[in-house]
Design a protein around this ligand. Structure first.
Ligand SMILES: Nc1ncnc2c1ncn2[C@@H]1O[C@H](COP(=O)(O)OP(=O)(O)OP(=O)(O)O)[C@@H](O)[C@H]1O
Length: 281
């Protein structure tokens, strides 16, 4: 059974089409990234999958169940990291989690376990307004995972965080993946997607324009593989890294006039730009 299944989803708001015939599936233990620029419809798709928006067309399933028929019990299998809202600023980390734990009827040990997991146990008595942005985000992740959900949704989980906190969050997500959690995340950050996700979908103007492993997508766009040559007389030019240009490169090398040669492989970011003419911001 797929953890998440999205079948032919289309959605418009005020006659503006946001999602057009979107389909994909996510397995247990898989990290799947949805990449797209601001306003591409990423949050809308999460809301459809968790049954909070009824789509104009198509169906989504979570753990085999139609999203529009999820019961209260089904929701206990899901974890959500949707934004930084929903924390009580003047309550401690512990108290914030305790409020949620009572909804799930979790024992205190589960809260402590989650706080340790995100490395906030020593700060458990601090109030939320004393936490940094990265600590708040880790608290939200603790809240989303303390009941051990089978499916975790994260909307821009590391947006605006420093590289060290981002790395910590990536390690946490990889650990959850190892335990079999299916993880669906949205991001603008193609480096995050490349290093973290098993598969990614590139979303542009309502359509999925690519969906595969980051390596497979990048290797499909080998024409973006280039070589930049700088000569000793400070002339610089970039050519495609292909068979035909190997001859040009060889001839240039024989002149002994080369200062440096840099090769540049396609990245998800450069693929996205070449396909859409726009950056992932
Ligand atoms: N309830 C709504 N009513 C009208 N328009 C909406 C509604 N929800 C979303 N939209 C519009 O749908 C489009 C997609 O919004 P969405 O929040 O899904 O994008 P996003 O990809 O998550 O963007 P970001 O990366 O900036 O969070 C936007 O143009 C937004 O204004």
């Amino acid at each position: 059974m797929n953890a998440i299944e999205v079948r032919g989803i289309s959605q418009s708001f005020l006659q503006k089409e946001v999602l057009n015939n979107i389909s994909f599936e996510i397995q247990k233990g898989e990290i799947f990234g949805l990449l797209g620029p601001s306003g591409a419809g990423k949050t809308t798709l999460i809301n459809i999958i968790i049954g909070q928006i009824k789509p104009n067309n198509g169906k989504t399933f979570v753990l085999g169940k139609n999203s529009l028929e999820l019961s209260r019990k089904d929701y206990t299998q899901l974890g959500l990291v949707l934004d930084q809202l929903g924390l009580y600023e003047r309550l401690s980390c512990m108290d914030n989690l305790q409020l949620y734990a009572s909804l799930y009827q979790l024992e205190k040990s589960k809260i402590e376990e989650a706080l340790k997991y995100v490395q906030l146990f020593d700060d458990r008595k601090k109030t939320v307004n004393e936490l940094s942005k990265g600590m708040k985000q880790r608290l939200i992740i603790a809240r989303a995972i303390m009941h051990h959900p089978q499916v975790l949704f994260l909307d821009e989980p590391t947006s605006g965080l420093d590289p060290a906190t981002t790395l910590k969050i990536h390690e946490l997500l990889l650990e959850l993946k190892k335990q079999g959690t299916a993880i669906f995340l949205t991001t603008h950050n193609m480096e995050e997607a490349s290093s973290l996700c098993d598969r990614v979908a590139l979303l542009n103007e309502g359509h999925i324009i690519e969906c595969d492993t980051p390596v497979a997508i990048c290797s499909r766009y080998n024409q973006l593989n280039t070589v930049t040559i700088t000569t000793k007389d400070h002339h610089q030019y970039t050519i495609q890294n292909n068979k035909e240009n190997a001859k040009v490169l060889f001839e240039e090398m024989q002149t002994e006039n080369i200062l440096s040669i840099h090769s540049s492989e396609p990245t998800l970011g450069s693929v996205f730009i070449s396909l859409t003419g726009r950056e992932l911001i």
